[in-house]
Each structure stands twice: as C-alpha cells, then as structure tokens.
Write a protein that binds this ligand. Structure first.
Ligand SMILES: [Zn+2]
Length: 311
C-alpha cells in the first residue's frame, strides 16, 4: 500500500513536470521569437490590439523563426531562383499606371528646384524606387531574381551585398542585426491576410469591417512591399518582437542612423503614417540605393514624398 502511494506520487510529479515544460516551450516559441511574417500574437493579437489606441498598436510574432544570428551568404555564393520561382504571379489587382502612382495624400510637395542635382540621373521609374502599397499594387508584370540572404530568407539579388554590408557595418559597431522577414509571395500574403480577417470575424466583426481592420495589420496580397524582394524586417537577438518597443533598442537606433549609408531607408517612419498608410515599423527597411537613401534620410522624407519630389 505504501509502495503504491509512492508510485502514484512519482507519476503525478512526472506529469506536472511534463505539463510545465510543455507550457514553457509553447510560450517561448510563440512569444519570444521574431516571426518571418510577424503579425499574430500568442493570445491572438486582435483582442489586445482592440484595447489599444491606434498609435500603440503592436505587431506580435506568431511563431519561432530562428534564434540564431543570420549568416548571410555572399552574393557570389547565393543562388539564383529559377525563372518560374522568381517571377511573381499575375495579379488581379488594378494595373499600376504612372497616373495612379501619384500620391494624392502627400501634403507638402517640395519645390521643383529641390529635385535638381540628383546624382546618377535618378528617376522615379528606377527599379529600386518601385512603390508598392495599398494605393499602388504590385504591377502584373513584376518579376524579381532572388538570392538567399541566409536563414531561409531571400531578397532581390541586386541588394544582397548591400544588406550584407549593413549587417557587417552594424557588427563592427557591436550591433547584431538579424533578418526575420524578407521576400514574400502573394500566396503567403494571402494566407496571412486571411488569417487576420478570420481573427476579426471571430470577434464579431462583419466581413467588411474585418477586412478593413485586417488591412491595417497585414498588407493584402499584392500590396506588400515584401513582394519586391527589396524590403527586410530586421531585428536583433535580444529583441525579436515586431512591436514599437523595438524602436528603443540599440539595433533600431543604429539602423535608423546608418541604414542610408548602405542604401536602405526606414520605410514607415513614425511621423509619416498619414502618408504611408502604415503604422510605425522600426524594423522594416527598404532598399532604394545609396543616392536616394541619402537624400531621403537627410531631408527626412518618406518614399512617397521622395518619389513625388523627383517626378
Ligand atoms: Zn516588413
């Protein structure tokens, strides 16, 4: 009798340990790591987001991507996608025309003279200045040749060396950067967007309301800059959450101050939300080329304003 009780005690202790470990692992993987897409939180972002003000909204990671520092391959070693894989599928989205790419919401258009003196014959139609947003869906004929940027991530092969250089530059300053989201297919965007819509529907929103709310958090397929292979979400090992708190990290501060030296810009600044239509994303960096990035940085513009300026 005594031995039986003892055995039961051990079984109960063992089950308790298993439960604790299980919960711990779940919490760790769901909550700590930067997701490649980074939109859905541990408890489901919708409930918490609904309670926050618009400016406080944060984007929580949904799953573990990798805890390891990304090791970027050199562009020589990187592989080129087959044309089938690298070309982006046709979109049913409206066709982008020069006319539609004008940003009506740009509030202060700088004088024409300011656009003079741009180096290298910069043009708004340059490949590295492509504007992809809700108002400017990815053109139907868009395609990109991809190369690996390490850890399963890919980007436009023309920008991989610049990304490598930025990561190396940060490292020289004692900052570790890691890419947690990169090139994204329309299919992947469609999946993430639908997932977000479903969350709002579950909260009792109508289909129309749910789609509207979801679009504030996940770019609907065809409207994400990640389709271009020119955008990267970059975090640091000690802070991998995609929320506004990331802005306070040394990594975010370093990128904000130095990204332009490598041809990247902070794409969705805090003070440009009314123009970009996207909430502040201190982790999202977009390649535009060094010359463009320098001007955008020095003039404190967002991409929409810059394109309007050089037209
Ligand atoms: Zn992003």
């Amino acid at each position: 009798m005594k031995r039986k009780k003892y055995r039961w005690g051990r079984i109960i202790v063992a089950i308790s340990i298993l439960l604790l470990v299980g919960f711990g692992v779940t919490f760790f993987t769901e909550n700590l790591f930067c997701s490649s897409e980074g939109w859905n939180g541990f408890w489901g972002t919708v409930s918490s987001e609904m309670e926050r003000s618009e400016n406080e909204l944060s984007v929580e990671p949904s799953k573990k991507e990798s805890s390891e520092e990304p090791v970027l391959e050199s562009s020589e070693e990187s592989f080129e996608e087959s044309s089938k894989e690298s070309s982006v599928e046709s979109s049913k989205q409206q066709e982008e025309s020069k006319e539609s790419s004008k940003t009506s919401s740009v509030s202060s258009k700088p004088p024409v003279s300011e656009s003079a003196g741009l180096a290298g014959g910069t043009s708004a139609s340059d490949w590295n200045l492509i504007l992809v947003s809700a108002k400017h869906p990815l053109p139907d004929d868009f395609s990109v040749s991809l190369a690996s940027v390490g850890n399963g991530h890919k980007g436009d092969k023309r920008v991989v060396s610049s990304l490598n250089a930025m990561i190396a530059g940060a490292k020289a300053d004692g900052i570790t950067l890691m890419v947690c989201s990169s090139y994204r297919t329309k299919e992947r965007s469609a999946y993430l967007y639908q997932k977000q819509v479903d969350q709002w529907l579950k909260k009792g929103y109508s289909q129309e309301e749910a789609e509207k709310e979801a679009a504030r958090w996940v770019a609907p397929p065809g409207t994400s800059e990640h389709h271009t292979g020119l955008a990267f979400d970059i975090v640091t090992p000690s802070y991998q959450k995609l929320n506004h708190g990331f802005a306070n990290t040394a990594a975010a501060k370093w990128m904000k101050a130095h990204a332009h030296e490598y041809g990247f810009i902070l794409r969705f600044p805090e003070d440009k939300q009314d123009i970009t239509g996207i909430t502040f994303e201190p982790w999202h960096f977009r390649y535009v080329g060094k010359e463009n990035a320098k001007i955008i940085f020095e003039k404190g513009l967002c991409l929409e304003e810059y394109i309007e300026m050089i037209k």
